[in-house]
Design a protein around this ligand. Structure first.
Ligand code: ADP
Ligand code: MG
Length: 388
């Protein structure tokens, strides 16, 4: 599947720039087993890179202007590297502009590139095409100009680029895209950036993504608002318990005891975060112990929290998780990513995958009149150079 994408990207590069690319970079999307909206709350998350990628073809063009072609959008732009980087109304270009802005403001020296990129990561489905875009482009510039930026710093710069675009995301997406490893999930401590790899062995179950095929426009504003509400929540906790640095040191009881000091929303957001951090710890142990049934229960509980307390679900995602609850061969399901659309991640009993896919597609269409998209998940490597 990726070979076709890689060939297509190389051919387009040659057609547009009359030369062979010097570097080919493959940058993956990611899934997250559990730990949603937790990275920016200094908790733990359990993501993995996947085999869906953005492929970039690059060379240096010995000028101070970069020319970048987005093959999937049949669009391109040029950027003068000597001028101050500005936002543009073409949103996709801002992810690249953000990377260039971050590299420049961090003092890295680099010159113009020609670049073509193309992707098979569904856009806006919660598989983090945006992190793949930032980190893949960064990786390429790092390679071409020997900037010696370490992988973790590529992730951190990618995150800052996304902040520059306007989404105050945590570190999970960029970290998993860069640091992912084949057949491993990575547990990240989002406060210290310590991480451990864990075998992605789901025993008798397969991971399947059901893409609701909707994206409600609330996403960016709600994301930034949740982040602010959590900051308010932890500030109230610290006002009463100065020794507590973040939600991971909080018990559920502490939040309950402080209920009267918080607004209703801040209380519910805080409660979700404390519970979700505990679920990630339990889920990682369950995975290590092969207790996939427990992992599934925790995923259902996460969805309940995201829907009721964190309020980042939507009817379409709730319908998909309700279908999963009723289906005996699906033992866990939850919305994945920021919410308000995109995918659910599901644990489906091996041997029942096709039956479940067909049933869900039919029932989802009957319920909402929208085609369900379905992706099988394979866990792949993080951002890397492609060598034939
Ligand atoms: P997600 O990261 O979950 O896929 P986001 O809304 O965070 O969704 O990021 C999607 C944005 O990233 C797109 O709107 C577009 O601007 C940019 N993007 C992602 N993939 C591509 C692509 N293949 N070509 C051009 N832009 C892309
Ligand atoms: Mg994104």
């Amino acid at each position: 599947m990726n070979d076709i994408l890689i060939n297509k990207t190389i051919i387009s590069f040659q057609e547009n720039f009359n030369s062979k690319p010097e570097k080919i970079v493959l940058s993956p999307g990611r899934i997250n087993i559990i730990g949603e909206h937790i990275d920016y709350n200094d908790g733990y998350v359990l993501p993995a890179a996947i085999d869906k990628i953005i492929c970039f073809a690059f060379n240096k063009n010995n000028s101070n202007t970069s020319r970048i072609i987005a093959l999937d959008l049949d669009d391109e732009f040029e950027i003068d590297l000597t001028a101050e980087v500005q936002h543009d109304e073409k949103v996709w270009t801002n992810y690249i502009r953000g990377v260039i802005q971050q590299l420049k403001s961090s003092g890295f020296q680099f010159e113009g590139v020609n670049c073509v990129f193309s992707s098979n990561i569904p856009i806006g489905s919660g598989l983090s095409s945006s992190a793949a875009l930032e980190c893949g482009f960064l990786f390429g510039i790092n390679e071409l100009f020997s900037l010696n930026i370490k992988p973790i710093d590529i992730a951190l710069l990618g995150q800052k680029a996304e902040h520059w675009v306007g989404i105050h995301c945590g570190i999970m997406d960029q970290f998993s895209s860069v640091m992912g490893k084949k057949n491993q999930v990575v547990k990240i401590d989002c406060r210290t950036l310590e991480y451990t790899y864990h075998e992605a062995n789901f025993s008798d179950y397969s991971l399947i993504l059901f893409d609701s095929n909707v994206k409600h426009s609330l996403m960016t504003s709600a994301y930034n608002e949740r982040r602010e509400q959590c900051e308010e929540g932890i500030a109230i906790v610290q006002g009463n318990f100065p020794e507590i640095k973040s939600f991971r040191e909080c018990t559920e009881q502490i939040i309950i005891d402080l209920k009267d000091k918080m607004s209703h929303n801040v209380y519910r957001r805080s409660l979700f975060v404390v519970r979700e951090i505990n679920r990630v710890i339990q889920a990682c142990e369950a995975l290590d112990n092969g207790n996939i049934e427990l992992l599934g229960e925790l995923m259902f509980a996460t969805h309940e929290g995201l829907s009721k307390n964190y309020e980042v679900s939507c009817d379409e995602l709730d319908i998909l998780v309700d279908l999963a609850k009723k289906e005996e061969s699906v033992i866990g399901s939850r919305l994945m990513g920021g919410g308000f659309g995109g995918c659910t991640i599901n644990l489906v009993k091996k041997g029942y995958e096709e039956e479940v896919k067909n049933k869900f597609a039919k029932l989802y269409f009957e319920a909402v009149g929208i085609e369900l998209k379905i992706y099988d998940v394979k866990i792949g490597n993080g951002t890397s150079l492609y060598t034939k």
